[in-house]
Design a protein around this ligand. Structure first.
Ligand code: IMP
Length: 419
């Protein structure tokens, strides 16, 4: 049984939480393979909203949930999430496994994130300030602390060594901070982590694979925030595209089966960086209001704009997407006409490619489609969808050459149409 992967295809916040939650009943194991508590995966069922940051979204079903080696884990944020799950009667200690090779976010990583962002001034990335960048920097710089280190006798020494390095770095930034309280909390949270089974996850996944268990890998953020292929430097610090699934879990590419991409019927972005189809007008506000477009991790208002098929086609190519889950389609219900960007105009020339120079002024070339002007949130069967909506879906499929398999028309599990 091949391993299926679910990836966000835009700038994150596409509705991956709901996507995984919908798919999970078909899987025995759900894994996270990159990112950290910068992610916010929202799920809604029985009239309640739940936001997960580090815990794989299979936690609300019977699946095993594995935090892979590519993830960066903040024990304090993780503990807060666990408490929320326990309050719901879920025993996380039995259902979650942690890779020994996943890196730990230290309190001083969070401080460094804030200091570095502050120093960038107007050029700031708009980071979630969860310590993600500095932790991946230490990973690549071969200085990081990993979950497996918790089991070693010199863990505290390793911690102090890394903290001392951070303190030295922080001297450059003239940034006020006080680590004492955060460190106390952090070490308390490390004790909670010890209650979990630490695994050599690459072997464990291989074992599950050989046993014929069905595995779903859940990506965080989105392809347009990828460290290599996103709008660098306005990106996150991990590989959010398909290669990240291989390195973040230790699986060979030929073991991958379906590559399910999740995309909103329009676009949103939080943080800084280029966004060619961004709307700075009443239509943008309408998308924000109707789509409740406020960050689930930081609460920041999201920037909103029309669907960008140049970008979508690019990430379909990068990831080899085999099918699409189209989310938040109902947010477009009240638009008379809907625009879709099908090309970019740069320096008077039309192109279908994303330019290297992210500062290049891009004019989106739009195709205008008829809106459906009908509420679709209560529709559950594809044959009941309005003709103009079907046209919208066909238009997307035609451009990106991938079928839309599921349409989501609301946050609840039930608000789903299998096409
Ligand atoms: P960082 O990953 O927290 O350093 O943030 C880098 C950029 O990625 C910022 O623009 C963030 O807003 C964005 N980002 C990080 N995680 C998410 C996410 O889960 N959803 C949407 N944007 C994100």
């Amino acid at each position: 049984m091949k391993i299926d992967v679910l990836l966000g295809l835009q700038w994150g916040d596409e509705g991956k939480g709901k996507g995984v939650d919908l798919l999970t009943p078909q899987y025995d194991v759900v894994t996270r393979f990159q990112g950290g508590p910068n992610a916010g995966h929202s799920l809604e069922f029985n009239g309640k909203k739940h936001v997960l940051h580090l815990v794989p979204s299979g936690i609300f079903h019977d699946s095993i949930n594995l935090v892979g080696n590519g993830v960066v884990l903040d024990p304090v944020k993780f503990d807060i999430e666990l408490q929320g799950l326990q309050a719901m009667g879920i025993d996380p200690f039995k259902k979650i496994l942690l890779s020994r090779k996943a890196h730990l976010i230290l309190p001083s990583h969070r401080v460094l994130d804030a200091a570095i962002e502050h120093a960038k001034g107007k050029e700031k990335i708009g980071s979630t300030l969860r310590g993600i960048g500095p932790t991946y920097r230490d990973k690549v710089g071969r200085d990081g602390l990993r979950i497996g280190d918790i089991e070693t006798i010199d863990f505290k020494e390793k911690y102090n060594k890394l903290k001392a390095k951070h303190q030295l770095l922080l001297k450059q930034y003239n940034f006020e901070y006080d680590l004492a309280k955060d460190e106390e909390e952090w070490f308390e949270a490390i004790e909670v982590l010890k209650k979990f089974e630490f695994v050599n996850s690459e072997y464990r996944i291989e074992q599950y694979f050989r046993e014929g268990k069905k595995i779903l890998a859940e990506g965080a953020q989105g392809s347009l925030l990828d460290i290599d292929f996103g709008s660098y430097p306005f990106v996150t610090s991990s590989s959010t595209t398909i290669g990240g699934a291989c390195t973040g879990m230790g699986i060979a590419p030929q073991k991958i089966g379906k590559i399910i991409g999740i995309a909103k019927a329009y676009c949103t972005r939080v943080g800084s960086g280029p966004f060619p189809t961004e709307l700075h007008n009443a239509e943008g506000q309408q998308l924000r209001d109707k789509g409740a477009e406020y960050g689930s991790t930081t609460g920041r208002p999201r920037r909103c704009g029309w669907l960008d098929l140049v970008a979508l086609k690019y990430v379909v190519m990068l990831n080899g997407v085999t099918e699409i889950i189209l989310t938040k389609s109902d947010v477009l219900d009240e638009f008379e006409t809907i625009k879709v960007c099908t090309a970019y105009e740069i320096n008077g020339e039309e192109t279908l490619e994303i330019p290297f120079d992210i500062n290049a002024p891009i004019n989106p070339v739009y195709t205008e489609l008829k809106g459906w002007n009908t509420q679709i949130k209560d529709i559950r069967k594809p044959e009941e969808l309005p003709a103009a909506f079907i046209e919208y879906v066909k238009f997307i499929e035609h451009h990106i050459e991938v079928p839309v398999s599921i349409v989501s028309v609301g946050p609840d599990r039930e608000a789903t149409i299998h096409m």
